[in-house]
Design a protein around this ligand. Structure first.
Ligand code: 13P
Ligand code: SF4
Length: 310
């Protein structure tokens, strides 16, 4: 069928009709951020999903985020506008390979970054996000060995911050490993007043040029509060929409990738569009489902995270 002329109004109508809530990550298209009921980083979105009274959750983000919402809300309908919105980091940790890795290290506690599939969560002891990873690792007794999966860059950053050795799964994100150290240094030379800020999923070569490192929500908060007027932002540029809204007089430069492509945008996050969001609500599909065994096993480490990060 044809699409309504005013998608914003049509989506608002469907929200009421379905008693639905739209949760959106900061890496979504600006239009989607503007129609969302709640925008946040992955921890804030998990908390919002845990607390909503809506009957339907439209998750404008990637598959593992919508799965997280379903783990917390088995009785609600959870919709993802495009089921192909995956995540290279989550895909870098296949469940069978991870099970074999875990079996070789039975004495290790498994802390998994929320950017992983429900199967990996089900094999984990505690989940963390980029905004609580350091805080969670600090709460683990010193003598307890830890496996940290799947992001080796966040893992290395947490090791530096806590002084803890951890066994790292060697996964990474295609967006955050693509920023060019050389181009960031050149930008700092041409913009001497600018401050570089970065997400901990970036490589060490990029993180060492950042004066502030944090989750998307932490980066947003930092830009607002810092007296600096200009920032070089080394994370997915969708966040700049909110930075610009909250600090309209400041200047935000997206960190450039190594080659001349647009690959600092997350190709998975950007699969969701306003049109697909409307169609997902209208047709009540694609829906996120999982077996109850996996859900219950994945819920336990999610609940531990929520308890440990209040
Ligand atoms: P945040 O936890 O900072 O929202 O990060 C999510 C993500 O996918 C980073 O690539
Ligand atoms: Fe995954 Fe990276 Fe995209 Fe985040 S930015 S969803 S970690 S591929």
């Amino acid at each position: 069928g044809t699409l309504p002329l005013d998608l914003f109004a049509a989506i608002e109508d469907l929200k009421t009709e379905l008693n639905a809530v739209i949760l959106a990550h900061y890496y979504q298209d600006p239009d989607i951020q503007d129609i969302a009921d709640f925008i946040g980083d992955s921890l804030q979105l998990a908390k919002a999903a845990a607390n909503t009274n809506a009957d339907v959750i439209i998750f404008a983000g990637v598959h593992f985020m919508a799965e997280t919402a379903k783990i917390l809300n088995p009785d609600k309908l959870v919709l993802l506008p495009d089921l192909n919105a995956g995540c290279s980091l989550a895909d870098s940790c296949p469940p069978d390979e991870f099970a074999a890795f875990k079996a070789v290290h039975p004495e290790h506690l498994v802390i998994s970054y929320i950017n992983c599939s429900a199967e990996i969560k089900a094999m984990s002891d505690i989940i963390c996000t980029s905004s609580n990873a350091v805080k969670i690792v600090q709460q683990i007794p010193k003598e307890q060995p830890i496996i940290f999966a799947p992001d080796r860059n966040l893992g290395r950053y947490v090791m530096e911050q806590t002084g803890r050795e951890m066994l790292l799964w060697q996964g990474s994100c295609i967006v955050h490993e693509t920023f060019s150290e050389k181009k960031i240094v050149q930008l700092k030379i041409t913009h001497p007043q600018a401050e570089a800020i970065a997400h901990p999923e970036c490589e060490t070569s990029v993180l060492r040029h950042a004066s502030f490192i944090g989750s998307t929500a932490a980066l947003l908060n930092y830009c607002q509060k810092s007296p600096t007027q200009e920032f070089i932002v080394a994370t997915e540029p969708g966040i700049i929409h909110q930075m610009q809204k909250l600090a309209p007089d400041k200047h935000f430069i997206p960190a450039p990738p190594q080659n001349n492509c647009d690959c600092n945008e997350c190709p998975f996050m950007r699969l969701n569009t306003l049109e697909k969001l409307y169609l997902a609500m209208k047709n009540r599909t694609p829906e996120i489902t999982m077996s109850e065994d996996i859900r219950l096993a994945a819920l336990r480490p999610m609940q531990r995270m929520l308890e440990m990060s209040v």
